[in-house]
Design a protein around this ligand. Structure first.
Ligand code: SF4
Length: 497
């Protein structure tokens, strides 16, 4: 889900210390449980890493649809029993949002809800539509009144104006007009629905609860959200598949022409929670394997392997084992730093990284250190971490990165800076090492990454994964940018809509 009135490619303009990728959303849905909304709140809590700015739940009970949305963390929004009591029913859908540019207005918080002639309809979207502005412009010309500035609302209007009779046919009609990456959960009077885009870029899984919860069905972005509610993993929703879940069970249809899938390879490197199983592969194991491959490709003499917490931990463990160099927690992460707390004044803003991470001097002093991190985006955080480790007395600092150089922006649902702000888009590895102040720097190779995931290397004819942020190989058309590759969709929006 992307905000169309603000810059979707700024990591966080309010926070100059913010130098990472951000997953933009997590989705969850339940059909046929007496505790549908409570389970959805728990599921969203497990998916908090996919979006921390806002959350919403729409439930369906005997008296119709009910909705509650708020800005902040799931626990803050749904921790009040009175709020949960206001979400009755045996079906619900929910959404976590990462707001891309500070536009955290409540109107943009999902699930989006609309009353149609055929009844109520709620939808929650993880991903990004690459022709949303083009469609929005057409829809506005036809008289559609948009309530929010998110790309996801395009789905609602396309469904509203569709000439097909049933909800399902209208949804398919809408899906056939959009380009982009999307995992959707949708709820209407008769069913819960889950959809993945034809290339299956973003994840979506199906699970089932036990008899104590009516054998209810669950849809979630990741398996960690099934675990928290005690649901059994049934299967991944397949690329291009729509599942329709109602009181008769689960039906599946595939309305799109079959195409080679391109699951987001960055889910394995960073986005997914390490205890999730993604497309049949445990994320934790995948990350350790990537670390092992990184050690094979770019070994260096050193005394300790130190992860940049938290996401660098499994890769550093794999690296340490393969290299036979001890693993140590040389950097400690402070989990209780709120975003607002690190924006006091310019004069102490540079302390931000020290608030998030502290050097564990006893593990670093006098040592040759291999630092393992998952990615370098702008390079500002890497530079500060290298400085911090040197400041704690490290003799040498060798940075190892468990992804290939990020040379391109993501347009498929992950918040990344525009290309000119990506360090790897402008500099080679030696230059980057100098800029971040490391004695040496190495990234896993693209082939090495594919090997770590069980392939023989990257097959350019059928990579099997989206890896566009490393290769520029965008497999879904960037319709809104056509003819204006330098422009941002937000600017097109201002010009056109
Ligand atoms: Fe994932 Fe990168 Fe593709 Fe975006 S461009 S979907 S982050 S692999």
């Amino acid at each position: 889900m992307t905000d169309l009135t603000t810059n979707p490619f700024e990591s966080d303009p309010h926070n100059p210390d913010d130098d990472g990728f951000h997953e933009e959303c997590g989705v969850f849905g339940v059909w046929n449980s007496p505790d549908a909304a409570a389970l959805t709140a728990l599921g969203l809590h497990a998916l908090q890493h996919r979006g921390q700015e806002a959350s919403g739940i729409v439930s369906l009970g005997e008296k119709g649809f009910r909705s509650h949305k708020g800005l902040g963390l799931v626990g803050d929004i749904f921790g009040d029993a009175r709020v949960m009591a206001g979400l009755p029913g045996r079906a619900a859908v929910g959404h976590n949002r990462y707001a891309t540019a500070g536009e955290t207005a409540l109107r943009n918080v999902q699930p989006l809800y609309a009353d149609f002639a055929f009844g109520g309809f709620a939808v929650a979207h993880n991903g990004n539509l690459t022709n949303a502005l083009t469609l929005r412009r057409q829809l506005v010309r036809r008289g559609c009144l948009f309530q929010s500035s998110t790309d996801s609302e395009v789905f609602v209007h396309l469904i509203a104006i569709s000439l097909y009779a049933t909800v399902l046919d209208r949804l398919i009609d809408a899906l056939k007009q959009v380009d982009g990456a999307y995992s959707l959960v949708a709820l209407h009077d008769g069913a819960l629905m889950g959809v993945r885009d034809p290339l299956g870029v973003r994840p979506l899984v199906l699970g089932r609860l036990g008899a104590d919860q009516n054998n209810a069905w669950v849809l979630a972005s990741e398996t960690c959200a099934l675990d928290i509610v005690g649901a059994e993993f049934v299967r991944d929703i397949e690329p291009g598949e729509i599942v329709i879940i109602d009181d008769d069970g689960v039906r599946s249809i595939k309305p799109f022409a079959e195409t080679a899938s391109r699951f987001c390879i960055f889910e394995y490197i960073y986005f997914a929670r390490p205890d999730s199983v993604v497309e049949g592969t445990p994320v934790y194991e995948a990350r350790k394997g990537i670390g092992r491959e990184l050690a094979i490709e770019s070994g260096v003499d050193a005394d300790v392997v130190v992860p940049v917490p938290d996401s660098g931990v499994p890769a550093a463990m794999g690296y340490s084992k393969e290299a036979g160099i001890p693993f140590e927690l040389g950097i400690i992460r402070n989990h209780y730093v709120g975003r607002t707390f690190i924006e006091p004044t310019d004069s102490i803003r540079h302390l931000g990284v020290k608030l998030k991470h502290s050097a564990n001097r006893a593990m670093l002093e006098g040592k040759r250190v291999i630092l393992v991190d998952d990615s370098i985006v702008r390079g500002t955080t890497s530079k500060k971490i290298v400085e911090m480790v040197r400041g704690a007395g490290a003799k040498e600092v060798h940075m190892r990165i468990s992804s290939p150089p990020t040379t391109h922006s993501c347009f498929y649902g992950i918040d990344t800076p525009e290309r000119e702000k990506l360090l790897a888009a402008k500099h080679n590895v030696e230059e980057m090492a100098r800029i971040i102040g490391a004695d040496s720097l190495a990234f896993i190779s693209l082939d090495g990454l594919y090997r770590a995931l069980g392939r023989r290397g990257r097959d350019a004819r059928d990579p099997g994964y989206c890896d566009a942020c490393f290769t520029g190989d965008y497999s879904i058309p960037l319709t809104d940018l056509q003819g204006h590759p330098e422009r941002k969709p937000a600017l097109l929006a201002l010009n056109g809509v």
